[in-house]
Design a protein around this ligand. Structure first.
Ligand SMILES: Cc1cc2nc3c(=O)[nH]c(=O)nc-3n(C[C@H](O)[C@H](O)[C@H](O)COP(=O)(O)O)c2cc1C
Length: 192
């Protein structure tokens, strides 16, 4: 018997031991990946969909993809309510949160908010000019997208959106870094 290696005991299935080790490794990878990705600072958005399953959800997995044609993507958990809502509505709205909207970001990530349009009563919003999708007042920027493609991405789906309207507001950014919300305060001419 080589050093450190244990022979399987009688009645113990070696395959069971192997599966448990794999499961442990997988858990470690998920935790590690969260920790590592938490070092990548992002903005924070609220994704919205109107229609039968109207819904809003805080998301930071959002990025620009193409200028011609204008496209963006967001990654949405397959078990989240907005997953079905976006597929059903065939569009999504994006509100890029400002540093005064931390409560908005927390609210649209909480499980206990009401379903449907009732959840939008808490914070003021306006209908997007292209699709009427709810867009949140006081945000830094807004986009409306038609759903162009849906790609499988493990336990998430990647929604590719064709941008139909884009506009910007004013203010400073709200950031997500190291698992927390941060208000971005750019240096002024005096402090730089
Ligand atoms: C800062 C922040 C960013 C998030 N980003 C995403 C994301 O990009 N995609 C995602 O599926 N969930 C993301 N979530 C989690 C969802 O907002 C949260 O799980 C939501 O309550 C679940 O969706 P539902 O309530 O629409 O079912 C994020 C949460 C926070 C607080």
């Amino acid at each position: 018997m080589s050093a450190g290696r244990q022979e399987p005991q009688q009645g113990v299935e070696p395959v069971t031991v192997l599966r448990t080790a794999q499961e442990q490794e997988q858990e470690l990878t998920q935790r590690k990946l969260r920790e590592v990705m938490a070092q990548f600072a992002t903005g924070i958005t609220v994704l919205t969909a109107r229609g039968r399953l109207a819904h809003g959800m805080t998301a930071n997995a959002f990025t620009s993809v193409s200028l011609d044609p204008p496209m963006v993507l967001c990654c949405v958990g397959r078990t989240s309510r907005i997953h079905e809502a976006i597929i059903d509505a065939d569009h999504f709205g994006v509100s890029v949160l400002s540093n005064e909207q931390e409560q908005v970001g927390r609210y649209f990530a909480s499980r206990d908010r009401p379903s449907g349009m009732a959840q939008f009563e808490r914070f003021p919003w306006f209908p997007g000019p292209h699709s009427g999708v709810p867009l949140l007042n006081g945000s830094l920027a807004w986009l409306e997208c038609d759903l162009a493609e849906v790609y499988e991405g493990g336990d998430h789906s990647i929604f590719l959106g064709l941008v139909r309207s884009a506009s910007r507001g004013t203010g400073r950014a709200l950031l997500f870094l190291d698992g927390g919300f941060h208000q971005y305060d750019p240096p002024t001419a005096q402090s730089a």
